[in-house]
Design a protein. Structure first.
Length: 171
């Protein structure tokens, strides 16, 4: 969960870096490779809207939705019929990640945040990929495709719809 939150925070800061971008959507492919070189690949779509809303829709290999708004994250997992609600609190500095990013040249950046180093690859002012090592020393890479900016995204998209019969697990 921490890896997903760190990725969201980093993405939120890159998104904030481009002042003229109000919304962003893209398909993504997230690869996680462990120390035995075993890889699991997730795919889905991300939607973000200023100032602090995001929705990660995971399609494969399992379905789940991760709603992020202000300091709250809600993970809805249909296969488990559960929702996890996590309050981030005020201790996370949403502006710290990108402010620490340093250009490596050729559209590459490196940002260190909460003991994690994120490598960001940009192409034509578009985020192409983000890679980092998670808490378990897994290599994580998220590749973005079909990016669209400044499209209409209603705020209602970013509000979790938790079925009444789901277990809700909170902090």
């Amino acid at each position: 969960m921490k890896s997903i939150l760190l990725l969201f925070l980093l993405f939120n800061q890159l998104f904030a870096f481009f002042e003229d971008i109000q919304t962003f959507s893209a398909s993504f492919r997230q690869s996680i490779t462990d120390d035995h070189n075993k890889t699991i690949v997730y795919s889905g779509k991300i939607l973000t809207k200023r100032p602090d809303m995001a929705l990660w829709i995971y399609i494969a290999p399992v379905e789940k939705k991760i709603y992020m708004q202000k300091h709250t994250v809600i993970v809805v997992e249909p296969e488990l019929e559960q929702a996890i609600v996590k309050e981030l609190g005020n201790d996370l500095d949403l502006f710290a990640i990108f402010s620490k990013a340093k250009s490596l040249g050729n559209g590459s950046y490196l940002a260190d945040y909460m003991d994690v180093s994120f490598k960001i690859e940009m192409e034509d002012d578009t985020i192409k990929s983000i890679s980092y090592k998670d808490d378990f020393e897994n290599s994580v890479e998220v590749i973005f495709e079909n990016q669209k900016t400044n499209i209409e995204l209603k705020e209602s998209l970013f509000k979790a719809d938790i079925p009444n019969d789901y277990d809700v697990i909170g902090d």
